[in-house]
Design a protein around this ligand. Structure first.
Ligand code: PXL
Length: 271
């Protein structure tokens, strides 16, 4: 059995965070584990306002011991880390266990939470984790933060940001969300390996029910890598997976709705 893990926050509403990751790993036929960094909750009596409760350092370390040392994994992703010690512990475990397939989802904002998480934490993520990442999966906002390049409003700027982020140590950079560029109405993402830019284009799935899409797509890429796919093939399979998931998105309540990671079952993902 192929085993892999996520180091991420729990989304109590189940659509994002480690819940999305574990559902995705399962759909890929793999054995998923999770080390919880923070617990995110949403208040139904206050317009779904988010709160984030960090898991204490010793509890996070104990989970990482269980997963990395006690079981062993062939791939890992990180999502919302939330504290400096979670960044440092992720660096420590990914580097000392020499995990080849480490996917860094540099979660900096949570839809609905609005404001960016701590900007100093974003610098720590860039400095400590980019050099370990086989792949980093920023959206446009996160690409701006990681590259230091303001206002990414064109494909040329997406490429420039990908180059800068690659220069900080990530072996592959996957910038998502080109659909948000002025004048774009296709889902447009960019993969850069330090040599070539690959532009991946798809029909844009127009939906409000896209909670957890970033978590799901980086989990799907991690699962593809764990299965032995190349980075480009893992990214292409993940794009199919997330597109099908988003087409099957649904409302949880008046505030939020996730995609459905089991939607691919009616199609052949690897065709
Ligand atoms: O979608 C970003 C995200 C990541 N991780 C956790 C979250 C969210 C957004 O809600 O709750 C735990």
């Amino acid at each position: 059995m192929i085993k892999l893990a996520t180091i991420a926050g729990s989304d109590a509403s189940g659509g994002a965070g480690l819940e999305a990751d574990l559902k995705t790993f399962e759909e890929y036929g793999l054995y998923g584990m999770a080390a919880v960094t923070v617990i995110a909750t949403m208040d139904p009596d206050n317009n779904w306002a988010h709160k984030v409760f960090p898991v204490e350092e010793s509890a996070l370390r104990a989970q990482l011991e269980t997963v990395f040392k006690g079981v062993g994994i062939s791939a890992v992703k990180s999502g919302m880390l939330g504290t400096f010690y979670a960044v440092e512990l992720t660096r420590e475990y990914v580097s000392s266990y020499k995990i080849a397939h480490y996917v860094l989802d540099p979660v900096m904002v949570c839809k609905g939470a609005g404001e960016a998480l701590n900007p100093e934490l974003n610098s720590a993520i860039a400095e400590k984790l980019l050099p370990l990442a086989e792949l980093v999966t920023p959206n446009l906002f996160e690409a701006e933060q990681l590259s230091g390049l303001g206002g990414i409003d064109s494909l040329e700027k997406m490429k420039e940001a990908a180059g800068l982020i690659h220069g900080k140590g990530a072996r592959h950079v996957f910038v998502k969300g080109g659909a948000k560029l002025p004048g774009q109405n296709r889902a447009l993402d960019l993969l850069y390996d330090g040599k070539d830019f690959v532009i991946l284009e798809d029909d844009l799935v127009k939906t409000n029910w896209n909670h957890g899409a970033g978590c799901t797509s980086s989990a799907a890429i991690t699962a593809g890598l764990a299965r032995g796919l190349s980075v480009i093939d893992a990214v292409k399979a993940a794009k199919k997976f997330i597109t099908l998931s988003l087409k099957a998105g649904f409302a949880l309540n008046q505030w939020v709705g996730p995609g459905n990671p089991s939607a691919w079952r009616s199609e052949n993902l690897f065709k």
